[in-house]
Every structure is written in structure tokens, then in C-alpha cells.
Design a protein around this ligand. Sequence first.
Ligand SMILES: Cc1ncc(COP(=O)(O)O)c(C=O)c1O
Length: 396
Amino acid sequence: MSEHFQQVDVRRLRNGHGAKWGMTEDGVIPAWVADMDFGIPPAVEKAIHAVASAQDLGYPYWPDGDPIAASFQTRMKKLHGWEPELEGTRIYSDLIQVLQVMIEHSTSPGDGIAIHVPTYPPFLASIHRSGRRLIPLPMKSTDEGWQLESEAELLGRLAESGCRMMILVNPQNPSGRVFTPDELSTIANVAEQLDLVVFSDEIHAELAYEGRVHTPFASLRPDTARRTITATSPTKTFNIAGIRVGVAHIGCDSVLQRLDDEPLDYFGQPSNMSRAAAVAAWEQSDEWLRALKGVLSENRELVSSWAEGHSDRIAYSAPEAGYLAWFDFTRAGNSGQAPADYFETMARVKLSPGAEFSQFTGVDTESFARLNFATSRSNLLEVLSRLDRALTPMRR
Ligand SMILES: Cc1ncc(COP(=O)(O)O)c(C=O)c1O
């Protein structure tokens, strides 16, 4: 199975409709958007074919309930011992939509929404556009890796801020942190004291590396369950972002009530094909996932030893989950350009620009860039050697 992950079909990727390769100039290796260069699990491919063969593409009709909701419930119970209720589960088309819907239905214009920074850029844009106030919670880079603020610091920042919602991304993007139950308890305490809704994005949870255990925020204790909206999807783990599926579990009754007051078709819904693919991913693709995690783990080691070899120029803590590496190039010197721009020109490798991960917040992540290492070993070696060659001439 792991050979499947060592053959990256560049022609297929270049000719397809994925943004990662499609939006990257010929000759430049894309290592930006969080899609993996691998294929999809065989069971997912089979499930999509089965829908097409049965020509089952009429308007969706699931009299016994949405199969994604049932599959989500079973998966959460199996992986984390947490059993989300079907009544509180809603299906959408992706997590940005889920966040926007939940902002609209659990806060009002002018309310504060807190989020740890750096973070997934579309979330910052979504809050910014919503007419709510973005309250950045800066993460701290320490010798032990990226850390959250203490309870006292959080309370000091949020107590008089008019904050109504906190967005937690766990595992975090781009730092790759998997927050411990103690860290989550700190957030739960603050949420309890300030009566916040917590939006917990857990889309990277299944990609936690050995030794790290993901804890669903809603499972922490009964009071967190009642104030948490959990958002997830099989899309990241199983490399199927194009199927467009997002799952939300809403623990707050008032938010559920407001959602239920909307017209039935207001939010849209995934296709029958997307549903079949999502269920096949969660229910029949564990062997594929095991092999994937082995490959990602090796790639992560490779990136760590590469960064270690450049520790005079790069500050880096390896992710505890996921396939994204967040590099600080402050010590590399000033090339006169943001690192992602510099490396695209000089190394012909496309990284995600650091500044986007703190846009609209005033936090400065300009000297950072994010590398996606979900590719074959040979492609990753080529990426790292191209970066090597461009790092050396950077002015210090
Ligand atoms: C933290 C996080 N949340 C949400 C998403 C969006 O995922 P999707 O488009 O599959 O809903 C991503 C994508 O990279 C992500 O990293």
C-alpha cells in the first residue's frame, strides 16, 4: 500500500482541477494549499463509481437521516469515545461555510470573536467580513514549541472585550499543535467564566502523530459540551477536499433553534456522490489511512532533520498532527521579499505566505512561510534541496 504514496502523478495533478497544482506555474513545485499529492482511498473511488453506475443522482432523499451524520457519530465514538447526538448534527458543504453559518447564528454584528493567531487564513477573512470584531489571541513560540496564553492572560484580554465566541482550531493550523486536556481545560474555564460559544475545528484530528492524543473539546466536561460547536470533515484526512462536505455538531440549544428556524434549503447540501464518498472514507478506509500516516511520519522526520541542519537560519517546531510545517525565517536574513515570494522566485517552490495567517489582526507573521510535506519522498527531497540552494545566498 505505501508504494501508492511514493508515486506522485504530476501529469494527473497538473491536468486536473485541484487549486494546489492548477494555480502553480509550470516548473514550480507546489507545496502550499493543504491538499496531498497522493490519490484517494480505493473505497472512496469505488463508492463514487457505484453512485454513477446506479445513476443515483436525483434530488437527495434520505428518509432515515443523513448517512454522513450517522457515520460521524460512529467515527467519533470509535476514535475518541465521544458520542455526538444525531439531533445536534448538521451537514454542510465545507468548514468555511460552517464557520460563517455559526458566526451568523450565534453572535450579532459588533460582537467580539476571539481566535488564536497564526491561524487558517479563511477563518480570519470570514470573521473580518462578518461585521464582528476580530480579537486575536497570539500564540507564543517557546523552546517547548507553540503555546497558548494562560487563563489569567486570556481573562485579562477578553473580560471587557465584548467577546461572544472563541474559535479553537485543534489540531492547530499552521503550528500543528495538538492541545492537551490541560490546555483545553484552560480554554473551557475561560469560556465558562465569560459565557462564550466555542467553535472547535477538529478537521486535522485523525492526523495526530504517535504519542499525541486528540481530545474533542465537547467531550471535555458537560459544561463544554453545552457551549461547543464542533466542526469536522473527512476531507483533510482522506484527501478528498473536492467532494465538499462539512459536519457540524451543535451542543448549544439556542443556536440549534436559530438554525432550525431557517428555511430547509437555505444552507444547501452535499451531493449523493459526496455523501457516498464521505461515508466510504470514514467507514472503509482505515488501512489506507494507516499507510498514509506511516508516510507522513517519515516525511515529518525528513523535514525536521532538514530544519535542524539549518537551525542557524530557521526556527521550527515539528507539527504534532498534520502535514504542514510552519517555518520562521527571521534569522535567515532579509531577502527584500516575504519568504514565500523569495522561494517561489529563487527556489521554484511555492509555499504559503506567512502574513496571510495573521491577516486583519496586527500580529506580524511576515517572516514565516508554511510548507506542505504531503508528497512522495523523492518530491520532498527535491523541494528541500531547492530550498537549500536558495537559503544559502539570503543576505544576513
Ligand atoms: C484548520 C482547517 N479548517 C478547515 C479547513 C477547510 O477544509 P474543507 O475545505 O475541507 O472544509 C482547512 C483546510 O485546510 C483547515 O486547515
